[in-house]
Design a protein around this ligand. Structure first.
Ligand code: AMP
Length: 348
């Protein structure tokens, strides 16, 4: 017997699309999110709206569901530890801990043989300037180790700057990568240990937010395969149960450097809903409920374009086209820079 009621920590669009995938399989997602306006609440019958540290609500939630997963990596690990006393939580909290801290993430990737750019924990301005000399670069990238997303919590620090940008908490100094393109791979692993990777895709950003995903990736098949192999290796080493995304830089000299991992379905995998036999969201549901992974089988090349802010009010160009699939996350307020929906365009 597999688990039928899936508790989902986080009620954003990723939780919403997972809930829709589950519901098509006759399964139920029950989201938990402190925000009453969560997109996943709009497509589910029951939800829990409470704080991440509300022990009573967490216990009630855990007892109500069969198994627990998440769609958002900044959930406090104490919350996960508490829930684990009552139900299984997938992917394992160890993966979440790694993904929540940029230094832990890069340390782990390097440890298992997946290269990244050079990096150091920021100690002082002097150290930062020394690193610029050592790395022979005119600037470095500073990022908060925790809670950064869509370019938030990031700043450039140039040799010519008189003052260092201020960022909260622990900060990582990264050597800038002169990349040709950015690619990513979604990998999934089920409870029996079967692993499947989606084809690598190319990602284009605007204002540090993903704008477009092109599937398959525009790089050589060797580089794409290497990226898939790295993602496979990571899923295997960490005993993943669920879905994971790995983002890479492809350097001008053709090397792959991993930038970030996300222990959940990813924006660069949204095209899989309309262009593959099994979407990344269905794989998440299959993996955590104890089913086998579905066949991936992409049947068309595709592009995914994010609808950011006001884009959601200008859908004319996408309407009345049988190759275009519109996804509206039903967010009640349009805000600049907010992901409101996406479209998938199937290619010939
Ligand atoms: P991140 O939050 O780490 O995904 O970074 C957001 C975006 O900033 C990436 O998708 C890249 O376009 C750019 N970026 C981040 N780190 C680096 C780096 N070390 N070198 C060059 N570009 C970077």
């Amino acid at each position: 017997m597999f688990n039928k009621k899936i508790g989902m920590l986080g009620g954003g669009q990723l939780g919403q699309m997972a809930a829709l995938a589950a519901s098509a399989m006759g399964l139920e997602v029950v989201p938990y999110d402190p925000n009453p306006d969560s997109p996943a609440f709009k497509v589910t019958n029951k939800h829990f709206c409470a704080a991440w540290d509300d022990k009573n609500a967490l216990k009630e939630f855990a007892l109500h569901v069969d198994v627990i997963t998440y769609e958002f990596e900044n959930i406090p690990t104490d919350t996960i530890m508490f829930l684990m006393q009552h139900k299984s939580v997938y992917p394992d909290v160890k993966l979440l801990q790694i993904a929540q801290h940029r230094i832990a993430e890069k340390n782990y990737l390097n440890e298992i043989g997946i290269p990244t750019t050079d990096y150091k924990l920021l100690e002082s301005e002097e150290q930062c300037r020394d690193l610029m000399d050592q790395w022979q670069t005119d600037f470095v990238i500073l990022k908060t180790c925790r809670f950064g997303y869509d370019g938030k919590g990031q700043a450039l620090f140039k040799k010519t700057d008189h003052r260092m940008p201020r960022l909260d908490g622990e900060v990582i100094i990264e050597r800038p990568v002169n990349f040709e393109q950015e690619i990513s791979v979604i990998v999934c692993r089920d409870q029996k240990g079967a692993i499947k990777t989606y084809p690598a895709v190319t990602n284009e950003h605007r204002n540090s937010i993903l704008h477009k995903t092109i599937a398959p990736a525009l790089c050589s098949s060797e580089i794409a395969q290497k990226a898939q192999d790295y993602a496979y290796l990571l899923a295997e080493k960490i005993n993943l149960i669920g879905v994971l995304a790995v983002e890479f830089f492809v350097t001008k000299s053709g090397t792959l450097l991993a930038n970030e991992i996300a222990p959940r379905p990813h924006n660069s995998g949204h095209w899989t809903i309309d262009a593959c036999a099994t979407s990344q969201f269905e794989q998440q549901i299959r993996a955590v409920t104890g089913l086998n992974l579905g066949e991936i089988k992409p049947f068309k090349a595709a592009e995914m374009i994010n609808l950011i802010g006001e884009d959601i009010s200008n859908l004319k160009a996408y309407e009345n086209n049988d190759k275009i699939f519109i996804h509206d996350y039903q967010k009640s307020e349009i805000r600049e820079g907010r992901k409101m929906g996406h479209v998938t365009i199937l290619k010939d």
